[in-house]
Design a protein around this ligand. Structure first.
Ligand SMILES: [Zn+2]
Length: 633
């Protein structure tokens, strides 16, 4: 018990909610890039939805707050206000990460530094030495704030910080070596503070597999529910369902259609206008839609139309101007709807589509129909009585099936397939340099063969609609046969696990001419080949409890070995990406030399570099993957 002296009572000032503290202490001055009319003390009545996010940032039971947002909502400023609160009310190191160092410096100088200097409570934290207050680092009385670019992993790894502000995470550079990249590195910095750490990550989403979208889905998925101005029933305003406009009158201009647009309440079907929307947003409430996997993680999603200054007409006009151009439509979905882009449903492989590709470029079986430098790769599938094989000539831009058929026994790979020569359009003789061998059927025999022949790349096609494999190809090290017997003599194999649908999707895109690379078939393919190529079809899973469905490939006809050999050729392409880029540079160089030669210059012949041999060396480089650096999740 603490005894209190009644004559000189100690009065603890009542602790304000974070958002009220911000309203009483943060000053927006003319130096800051904010909307006209919002100067003076920061007010949440312009952005009522911000209060719920401030509450989450203040909640001691939460360590991580994710905000998926559309543009123009004023939520970037919310992050800066939160940092001001942290440094003056509960000081500890702060790390602010921007997509790159230039953005970090300019945001610091234009937004944060004036915000601190113009807000007296926060400015009180500045030291008397002006050198302590620099664009990329503020050394304050009780803590430090560091600004860094996500393109500098070394900086990310060097600082422990209790508070993290990660802004526009979808624009962070993708680190090829480390999938988790900058966000993960930053989160690691905060972990020393355990339950006291606080992370705010915000971004406009891009794709569903992007960091911010996945982070949102992992949390409790709060959406802003507003009560209908007519019937009072709360709902989340949805563009597709609730925005109404009439595009049937052909003579009407886009702005005229947009001017007459309105929101329709999904319960009472009454019309709602901009004034209604404004009042509804004032009375809105965040409602969690899911049970979070991590109870310390709150996630928010907010489309642009919840901003009071964004009108219904602006949203509709923006949509009408974007709808016919996929890239502008994606931008509308990301920036206005604050939603990630979903690829339109992928197409199946039809006989007509294969025939169509076959007529795009007609060439005989066994011929490499290009003079571009290319690499030849084989794909094989072992069956009970025989092996199915395909041979592809790959360039950076094209994918040619140049040969296919059957081999009687596995030894025929070495004795026949590897002995075949193929002539390209420049008259050069080319050989297969690597063979992907499916080990699914007779694994013992396949491993044994691969151990004896270094050009064999053993692969395993993964199956099913659900997968935990995050990489298209995941290598693992194998040291024993399926019966447990060790290979012996320190020998090991790298087994490449092939994602269950990644390359099937690529094959389908290439056949339906919607992918980056076109596939071509020699004119000798028969009806059996066609039948097998269409042996798997796309199916959709039943909706999960969030209504989400997934597409997967299902076998409808067996055998479908040609389909598998086809999809494996895209796995081969994936692994040979560096080689293909090298070959492309070689082709360009050779063409330039040819032109110079034609122009009469005395240049050395290109014959000195046997391209086929170079290609063979190149692909060896590519495939020297260290399996231990890649985990199979
Ligand atoms: Zn209503």
């Amino acid at each position: 018990m603490i005894s209190i002296n009644i004559e000189t009572p100690y009065i603890q000032p009542p602790r304000l909610p974070l958002w009220e503290w911000v309203e009483q202490n943060i000053v927006l001055s003319l130096r800051q890039p904010v909307a006209r009319g919002s100067y003076g003390y920061y007010r949440t009545d312009m952005v009522p939805y911000a209060r719920g996010i401030f509450d989450a940032l203040e909640d001691p039971s939460l360590t991580r707050v994710t905000v998926v947002k559309g543009a123009q909502l004023g939520l970037t400023l919310l992050g800066y206000c939160w940092v001001c609160y942290c440094i003056s009310q509960d000081p500890d190191p702060v790390l602010i990460v921007m997509p790159n160092a230039d953005i970090a410096r300019s945001k610091s100088q234009q937004n944060m530094m004036p915000l601190i200097e113009d807000s007296p409570t926060v400015a009180a934290q500045l030291t008397t030495d002006p050198d302590d207050f620099k664009k990329s680092e503020y050394i304050l009385r009780r803590c430090a704030v560091n600004w860094i670019g996500a393109n500098s992993p070394a900086n990310l790894a060097s600082r422990a910080s209790r508070y993290l502000l990660l802004d526009e995470t979808e624009k962070y550079p993708v680190n090829v070596k480390d999938e988790a990249g900058a966000v993960w590195l930053a989160l690691e910095r905060a972990k020393t503070f355990e339950d006291f750490m606080k992370v705010l990550e915000t971004s406009t989403p891009v794709a569903e597999h992007g960091h911010i979208s996945q982070s949102y889905l992992e949390g409790d998925r709060r959406q802003y529910n507003v009560p209908c101005a007519r019937c009072g029933k709360p709902f989340v305003i949805d563009f597709k369902r609730d925005f109404k406009f009439n595009t049937k009158v052909k003579s009407k201009r886009v702005d005229e259609i947009a001017r007459d647009a309105f929101i329709e309440c999904p319960s009472c079907n009454k019309k709602l206008n901009d004034d209604d929307k404004e009042r509804m947003v004032d009375d809105g409430k965040w409602v969690a839609e899911a049970k979070t996997i991590d109870p310390k993680h709150a996630t928010f999603k907010l489309p642009s139309w919840y901003a009071k200054w964004v009108t219904i007409a602006q949203v509709v006009q923006n949509f009408l101007q974007s709808k016919d151009d996929p890239s502008r439509l994606q931008n509308f979905v990301n920036s206005t709807c604050g939603d990630w882009w979903r690829e339109p449903p992928k197409k199946e492989i039809s006989l007509a589509a294969i025939r169509d590709r076959q007529t795009k470029h007609v060439y005989a079986q066994g011929v490499v129909p290009t003079s571009d430098d290319c690499v030849l790769l084989g794909t094989t599938d072992i069956q009970q009585s025989h092996l199915v094989f395909h041979v592809y000539a790959l360039t950076l831009r094209a994918h040619y099936l140049i040969d296919n058929g059957y081999l009687a026994v596995i030894d025929d790979i070495d004795e026949q397939l590897m002995q075949r020569s193929y002539i390209d359009d420049a008259g050069r003789e080319l050989f297969v340099t690597k063979v992907l061998l499916d080990t699914g059927y007779d694994t013992m025999k396949a491993y044994e063969y691969a151990l004896r022949h270094p050009y064999i790349m053993p692969i395993k096609g993964e199956k099913g609609s659900k997968t935990r494999q995050t990489k298209p190809v995941a290598p693992s090290r194998i040291e024993s046969f399926p019966n447990g017997k060790l290979f012996g003599g320190k020998r090991s194999l790298t087994l490449f696990h092939i994602h269950p649908h990644f390359f099937k999707d690529q094959l389908s895109s290439a056949i339906n001419s919607s992918g980056e690379v076109g596939i071509f078939f020699h004119k000798g393919i028969d009806s059996e080949f066609m039948k097998q190529m269409t042996g798997e079809v796309l199916k959709e899973t039943k909706p999960d409890k969030y209504g989400k469905t997934e597409l997967y490939w299902e076998v409808v006809r067996r055998p479908q070995d040609d389909f598998d050999c086809g999809q494996y050729s895209f796995a081969a392409r994936h692994l040979a990406q560096n080689t293909l880029m090298k070959l492309d540079r070689m082709t360009t160089k050779r063409r330039e030399l040819d032109l110079q030669e034609k122009a009469g210059n005395d240049t050395p012949s290109t014959e000195e570099t046997p391209e086929a041999q170079a290609a063979g060396i190149g692909i060896m480089d590519d495939l020297s993957v260290d399996p231990e650096s890649v985990s199979l999740t």
